[in-house]
Design a protein around this ligand. Structure first.
Ligand code: C2E
Ligand code: CA
Ligand code: CA
Length: 543
């Protein structure tokens, strides 16, 4: 039987407990619920008093903190964990990273980091086997102190986890200023049923953390329902009674032997010019822009040939036009919708964007299937930019446009255009189309072949004049025609000696207007003047 110790008893017995080994550590595994593998563990302090029995941290930690004893207790825990890791390394037990709790009061002790480094080196433990958990409340004493400790820890290579995230101390604000590597979300702070308001908040928080691909560990997970829910919203790392209570060393060693291990994916670092803080802040201009002012956008990560979508905005969902919900999109494997050819185009563009550090774009066809729309082929134009990286993982910001309709129209146009262009091949005519708004000219096959024109000429008629198709004395007149067309001339024609051979051609333009009478296009043609014959009908040549 144990008895809860009073504050005085705790204080009177502290030194003796440290000296005589009455403190010991329990280990609680952190699991990947998607794979069943262990990803780490947390060290939790216990006190077994010879007379009063087992004491719990909830009772003694606050007393330690109040009386300036916590520092010594935390260093004791750190050393005990180092000893344990040494034992694993020296035997055949394969170790996992173990996290140690750092009290917010330790932050006031300037030498915490140098002390733990001293201990770590004494036992020669690789730094990746030791994580440090700090709580949001560490920021209460001012941001400078925590930031300073965090920087020191990072400089030594420690992974730092934000403990008790969501416990309420202006969480998001703290998070955006403290670049932690892992976030621990305590399910007990969201006590409702997972589907209710608590669930909505958790979902929002997890989505927010996914912006930066910072891994989230859900702690205090007691039921399968909770774990499955967390997995469904993209958070598979779980710590809690569902998998295991905190256990003594021997039992933990057994678990280490039984369960496979895997590393936690590291957080992606944003490239320099991006402000991580603004990325996080739900009220920032960046977030507002992401949600409201940019078109369809998606944040995705690329890792060795595979893609994972972390976040999409509402317009992305709209742009796809397939009536899918966000969850359907987040869970879908973007690769699966592309055939090999389109997949290659997309991947090549990603790789190009990694290399150039600039925006790159491509058009890809996908076969998308949604509950409401069934299956459809859509063409997406993607503008991609790399915004962060960690080792081989890259984070991308991709804006999309659904250009299916345009592509289809273009294909139709292209086909009818082909017919048109081929038709002129048989008649003895040169023909072309002049698009007024863009000053583009699209020649027929004959023009392309005989005059060496490309399929589209820009800034028409300059290229044709430059190429010498129109003799210099006709150049200004021909330029003026295009101005007249722009101003609404319906019909123009003249005999013009064309090409270096100065062969007389009957050149005509007919303008096409839209429903408001605005000129759109002009159709041009040039027919060879056969001696006398064409001249007869020639009524109003300009020259
Ligand atoms: P914590 O860091 O949030 O640790 C998790 C606490 O939740 C542990 O309580 C653990 O036993 C408990 N827990 C884990 N899974 C579940 C679950 O599924 N359901 C429920 N209801 N509880 C679960 P514990 O060991 O009593 O520790 C309580 C707190 O005391 C810790 O909270 C931590 O803030 C503090 N603490 C423990 N060890 C240390 C230490 O070495 N140093 C410092 N500074 N604080 C410590
Ligand atoms: Ca903790
Ligand atoms: Ca916690």
């Amino acid at each position: 039987m144990s008895k809860r110790m009073t504050e005085t008893e705790i204080l009177d017995n502290f030194d003796e407990a440290l000296e005589n080994g009455h403190f010991f550590i329990l280990y609680q595994p952190k699991m990947n619920h998607a794979t069943g593998r262990m990803i780490g563990a947390e060290a939790l302090l216990r006190w077994k008093h010879p007379q009063y029995g087992l004491q719990f941290p909830m009772d003694f930690i606050p007393v330690f903190e109040k009386n300036d004893l916590i520092y010594r207790a935390d260093l004791f825990v750190f050393e005990a964990v180092c000893k344990f890791q040494r034992k694993c390394l020296d035997t055949s037990i394969s170790p996992v990273p173990i996290s140690i709790n750092l009290s917010r009061y330790d932050i006031y002790k300037k030498d915490y980091v140098s002390k733990i480094e001293e201990i770590r080196k004494k036992y020669d433990i690789p730094v990746n086997l030791l994580h440090i958990e700090i709580t949001e409340s560490s920021a209460i004493g001012g941001m400078e102190l925590v930031t300073d400790v965090l920087d020191q820890l990072h400089a030594c290579g420690y992974i730092v986890e934000m403990d008790d995230f969501g416990s309420g101390y202006s969480s998001l604000n703290v998070l955006k200023d403290l670049p932690v590597d892992v976030i621990k979300l305590d399910m007990r702070f969201f006590s409702d049923k997972v589907g209710g308001r608590g669930g909505t908040i958790i979902n929002a928080v997890v989505q927010m953390t996914k912006w930066l691909n910072t891994p989230v560990v859900a702690e205090g997970v007691e039921t399968l329902e909770q774990a499955d829910y967390m997995k469904s919203i993209g958070c598979s790392y779980i710590q809690g009674y569902l998998y295991s209570k905190p256990v003594a060393e021997e039992e933990f060693i057994q678990k280490l032997g039984m369960l496979e291990h895997e590393p936690v994916a590291s957080a992606i670092e944003l490239i320099d010019e991006m402000d991580a803080g603004k990325f996080w802040d739900p009220n920032s201009l960046e977030t507002l822009i992401f949600n409201n002012f940019v078109g369809g956008a998606v944040i995705l990560s690329y890792y060795k040939g595979s893609i994972e979508i972390s976040r999409v905005n509402q317009k992305y969902i709209k742009e796809l036009g397939m009536n899918m919900n966000e969850k359907e999109i987040l869970n879908s494997q973007p690769w699966d919708s592309c055939d090999e050819e389109n997949k290659k185009i997309y991947e090549d563009t990603l790789l190009r964007a990694i290399k150039s550090g600039d925006e790159e774009s491509c058009d890809t066809w996908r076969t998308v299937c949604s509950k409401t729309c069934g299956e459809d082929k859509i063409c997406i134009r993607s503008f991609m930019r790399m915004i962060g990286k960690a080792d081989d993982r890259y984070l991308f910001y991709v804006m999309i446009q659904n250009i299916t309709a345009e592509k289809k129209r273009y294909t139709e146009l292209y086909e009818s255009d082909m017919r048109l262009r081929a038709g002129f091949e048989h008649a003895n005519v040169y023909a072309w189309e002049y698009i007024i708004a863009t000053k583009q000219m699209r020649p027929c096959f004959r023009c392309m072949r005989d005059l060496g024109f490309p399929p589209v000429l820009y800034n028409y008629p300059e290229p044709a004049i430059e190429a010498g198709v129109f003799p210099p004395e006709y150049a200004d007149m021909y330029r003026d025609w295009h101005k007249q067309i722009e101003q609404g001339a319906e019909h123009l024609e003249a005999i013009i000696p064309l090409t270096v051979g100065r062969i007389p051609f009957h050149v005509r333009y007919t303008t096409e207007f839209d429903e408001n009478g605005k000129p759109l296009k002009a159709y041009g043609s040039a027919t060879l003047v056969v001696d006398g014959e064409d001249n007869k009908n020639d009524s109003d040549s300009d020259k």
